[in-house]
Design a protein around this ligand. Structure first.
Ligand code: ADP
Ligand code: MG
Length: 473
């Protein structure tokens, strides 16, 4: 339960903000499924209230993301309803604000490691435990056509770290379950063995590395990562252009790999599409098993929605579930956002959700997610060709004339940015070009945009907005 506060001034109901907060939390407790409440809200601390702004502390970025996505509106709505005035909520990360639960571990010895090297059983809760989201497990992951290979490989790694598939790289678009799967490996290994498991996003790895160089604590940084039995690095595309960090990761990789430790990476694209990565690090990423995580098909989307409803203890009619599954196709996170929105609505208004209500409530989420699914390569080609006054045939063709080369590069760049088509598929649409040609053209535009070519930036932004507007019609 919340136990600290910084501000106890009374509000216009004559009630202190802490009292209001306690009423708010107890109402939310009654309206949320028991599991949700106990797993998430026990880590929440009241930080104070000022001018209708309630500050709440959470122990890690995971919790913050979860609260921003799933619980922010229920907290704001409940506090506003009970306090008789609008309240907004801000979440802040305070690591010391929660003691993580310690999971009892067995003393199992890794089979590929001499017992003298057996990692010590952790006796005290570690701050790094907070990097693990307890709800990311194999049980809560729905394995479908798109993900069964990735799921099975991750499960094999979790059961036999260091020997099954090492290293392993999972790649795919946003919201497809990369973090969920890589963390499931971590949670499973932590629960069943005494291995030291380290999970880090490439962004945090970079920040910690820079910080350790500045603070002269590089040795501690190296120890943390080189003592891992299982190292899980999420979102390695973040390392592009970060030469120093790449070098450090390369050395960490070699150290761990040579001693049979397990390494798993995730990335938002195939390794060969990463730019500004040293060849030797790229070759490490590409070594071992590379697995593609694809968007779920309709049946899997329905299964995911049903599973999530079960976990949250809510029941929605089949027509509502089917409506969501047919309107959100490329991102599981967006499927979840739809459920969260409907749950908040029905909890607050004590109303069942009809298909009509679902359509009304989900309009915004569905519109903003449909950009990718309704934008076609044809639409992009047509818009760009019209703008530059060249023919669509030339734009897709082989002509190297100046008047068509830049428009073609821009069109390919927009196809990559605004659709889910791969570079291979885009190449086929552009007169059968191969994927490296597409990548080259896309990168040309990216590097011009990165070098602050403001004329090009505004042109690309203008075309992008024209395409999106057209796609919504
Ligand atoms: P990514 O890291 O690929 O962007 P995440 O792992 O963060 O995606 O997934 C986004 C959300 O969707 C998470 O809440 C995750 O639990 C959920 N999710 C994704 N795929 C599945 C799945 N197959 N079964 C259940 N939940 C899933
Ligand atoms: Mg992720």
């Amino acid at each position: 339960m919340p136990n600290s506060f910084e501000n106890s001034a009374t509000n216009h109901n004559g009630e202190s903000s802490l009292q209001l907060w306690e009423r708010t939390i107890s109402q939310i407790k009654n309206s949320l499924p028991e599991n949700d409440f106990s797993s998430w809200f026990s880590r929440l601390r009241f930080g104070g209230e000022s001018d209708g702004r309630i500050t709440l502390y959470l122990p890690s970025a995971f919790f913050k993301d979860k609260f921003d996505d799933s619980f922010k509106s229920i907290i704001e709505n409940t506090a506003s309803e009970l306090g008789g005035r609008p309240y907004t909520v801000v979440f802040e990360i305070r690591k010391e604000s929660s003691i993580p639960q310690y999971i009892e571990k067995t003393n199992e010895t890794p089979n590929n490691r001499p017992s003298s090297e057996k990692p010590a059983v952790q006796k005290t809760p570690q701050v790094d435990d907070l990097m693990f989201n307890p709800s990311y497990t194999f049980e809560s992951f729905v394995s479908g056509d798109n993900s069964s290979f990735a799921y099975n490989a991750c499960m094999a790694i979790a059961k036999n770290p260091g020997s099954a598939y090492n290293p392993c790289l999972l790649y795919g678009g946003v919201g497809l379950g990369k973090t969920h799967l890589i963390q499931s490996i971590g949670n499973y290994v932590r629960k069943t063995t005494s291995y030291k498991v380290v999970y880090v996003t490439a962004e945090n790895f970079t920040n910690e590395f820079i910080q350790s160089v500045n603070d002269n604590t590089l040795q501690q940084f190296k120890n943390k990562y080189r003592k891992a039995d299982v190292l899980l690095i999420d979102d390695i595309h973040f390392l592009q252009k970060k030469g120093g960090t790449q070098e450090e990761l390369f050395n960490t990789f070699n150290d761990l790999y040579d001693t049979g430790r397990q390494i798993v990476f995730t990335c938002d694209r195939p390794v060969e599409e990463l730019t500004d990565i040293t060849d030797r690090l790229r070759s490490r990423f590409a070594r071992g098993l590379n697995i593609d995580l694809l968007p779920p098909n309709y049946e899997t989307r329905v299964a995911i929605l049903k599973k999530k409803c079960q976990e949250k203890g809510v029941i929605f009619s089949n027509e509502v579930i089917e409506y969501i599954a047919s309107n959100i196709s490329s991102n599981v996170r967006a499927l979840e956002s739809c459920l969260t929105k409907l749950i908040a609505y029905s909890t607050l208004l004590h109303k069942d959700i009809s298909l009509e209500t679902a359509k009304e409530q989900l309009k915004q989420i569905i519109n903003s997610n449909n950009d990718a699914s309704v934008i076609s390569i044809d639409l992009i080609v047509k818009t760009v060709a019209t703008y530059f006054n060249v023919s669509q045939f030339d734009l897709k063709g082989k002509s190297k004339s100046q008047s068509v080369v830049l428009p073609r590069q821009i069109a390919m760049y927009l196809c990559r940015k605004l659709t889910d088509f791969s570079t291979t598929e885009i190449g086929l649409e552009f007169g059968g070009k191969n994927h490296t040609t597409v990548m080259y053209n896309v990168q040309k535009v990216e590097s011009k945009l990165n070098s602050s070519d403001s004329e090009l930036s505004s042109l690309v932004a203008k075309l992008e907005s024209q395409i999106k507007t057209e796609a919504r019609k």
